[in-house]
Design a protein around this ligand. Structure first.
Ligand SMILES: Cc1cc2nc3c(=O)[nH]c(=O)nc-3n(C[C@H](O)[C@H](O)[C@H](O)COP(=O)(O)OP(=O)(O)OC[C@H]3O[C@@H](n4cnc5c(N)ncnc54)[C@H](O)[C@@H]3O)c2cc1C
Length: 410
């Protein structure tokens, strides 16, 4: 058995940020990251890959370039958690023990919960920005679209980046509108399992106006259950009050956002919440596990009840790091996470509503302008500033002020 002072499981946006911040805060700490993948992707760039603005390669970096100096990278996957014994097992059969564990394994994409989808994805106009293997195909599909129904779906589970299913729709609609004939032949449908366009009311209002302005056919309470590639049909369960009915919608193209949950290894462990999703059950302000005090979690796999985004990780990581160090020192955990999350809602080429909000759903803007309005400046922030901050500040554990508004203290 190998022992580590700090063991971080998952070297994605959250795991790398925490490792870097811990090294800077206390260089003497002994830290290991358990991460099987040789590449790391800037997933917030994938909407722009699907919209033909970025290449997929622009969003990729080798993992070894991102592991902070002095941190040990164990290229392996966790296969079991034993928090009572403060240890994990790995896919290659090792057992690793720890003083403190940070769980940051990200989310599981449940493609197989939609009948016919795993085999069909990436052909017949069936695509998704949620996989690096099909995000290029999204752009190809949009470019080759010749009219008919363009369907964009949203599942009945929490997902990462709740805005992404509609952002790609607005980009696609812009492309279709470049040709008046094509625009006349296209019918854009947003079929979502949710009861409304967006969960945060202050940002839902302008989105409803945009949907109406574009003539998009928004269908709520629609959960995708099956894709039929041969006949190009999508099957939905539609909730109407207490009852449900089936609806079959033909499509020329479909962008699918799959249902999501915690990875099985987490969901089946003692760390998981008792209920759907199987997220790591942490206290929402401190990020500490509710039953195992030497376990912390952040990012998509955590039960933190906010929007699952890389931007939220920016808010969570400093709190987790401060509380983890306090735990090591036997001090009370004083840092509190306010639920900050950000979803840059791309509403067309050159237009973004920078939706920033906290646990209360209140807008917490970083910039001195009305956050509910579409803005070209925020498009520049989304396409240039945020990727730069991610690679050069956030993953390196450097301060990355999320509030750029002079004089505003949150
Ligand atoms: C299409 C799309 C658009 C998005 N848009 C935005 C946006 O505009 N803004 C925004 O802020 N966020 C956006 N996001 C969300 C953002 O990418 C995630 O919220 C963020 O990456 C979460 O970080 P994480 O570390 O929790 O998960 P990840 O970054 O996914 O990292 C998880 C890591 O855990 C590893 N792992 C998995 N299983 C195991 C295991 N068994 N053992 C060890 N390691 C394991 C994985 O290999 C991975 O490296 C978007 C995501 C997508 C897909």
């Amino acid at each position: 058995m190998t022992h580590h002072q700090i063991l971080i499981v998952g070297g994605g946006a959250a795991g790398l940020t925490v490792a870097s911040q811990l090294r800077r805060a206390r260089p003497g700490l002994e830290i290991a990251i358990l991460e099987p993948s040789g590449d790391h992707y800037y997933q917030p760039g994938w909407t722009l890959v699907g919209g033909g603005v970025f290449s997929l390669e622009q969003t990729r970096r080798p993992e070894e370039q991102l592991i902070p100096e002095g941190v040990r990278w164990i290229r392996d996957a966790v296969s079991g958690f034993d928090p009572a014994a403060s240890s994990v097992t790995t896919a290659s059969g090792d057992t690793l023990s720890y003083d403190v564990l940070v769980v940051a394994t990200g989310i599981r994409l449940c493609w197989d919960r939609i009948k016919g989808l795993p085999e069909a994805l990436g052909s017949n106009g069936i695509t998704s920005n949620y996989s690096k293997d099909t995000v290029d195909y999204t752009w190809k599909t949009i470019q080759e679209f010749q009219g008919g129904n363009a369907l964009f779906t949203y599942p009945d589970t929490p997902i990462k980046c709740a805005g992404a299913p509609q952002k790609i729709m607005y980009l696609a609609d812009d492309v279709f509108r470049r040709s008046p004939e094509l625009a006349g032949r296209s019918h854009v449908i947003y079929a979502t399992a949710t009861p409304g366009i967006f969960g945060i009311p202050v940002y839902a209002a302008p989105l409803r106006e945009i949907v109406a302005r574009r003539g998009i056919d928004a269908r709520y309470q629609h959960t995708l259950t099956e894709v039929r590639p041969d006949t190009k049909e999508a099957v939905f369960t539609v909730r109407e009050g207490e009852s449900t009915r089936e609806e079959v919608i033909p499509f020329a193209m479909i962008h699918v956002t799959p249902p999501m949950a915690a990875p099985e290894v987490v969901a089946s462990s003692p760390l998981a919440v008792d209920g759907p999703g199987g997220w790591v059950e942490v206290e929402k302000y401190s990020t500490q596990h509710v039953r195992f005090p030497n376990v912390f979690s952040l990012g998509d796999v955590s039960s933190l009840p906010n929007s699952k985004t890389a931007a939220a990780v920016r808010g969570q990581a400093p709190v987790l790091v401060a509380n983890l160090l306090a735990h090591l020192d036997g001090q009370p955990l004083a840092a509190r996470y306010d639920g900050y999350a950000c979803c840059p809602l791309i509403t067309g080429y050159g237009k973004v509503i920078m939706a920033e909000f906290n646990y209360e759903g209140e807008p917490v803007p970083s910039f001195p302008h009305d956050p509910t309005r579409e803005s070209w400046l925020m498009w520049i922030v989304k396409t240039k500033l945020l990727p730069w901050i991610y690679w050069n500040r956030m993953l390196k554990g450097l301060p990355h002020e999320r509030r750029f508004m002079p004089g505003v203290v949150h």
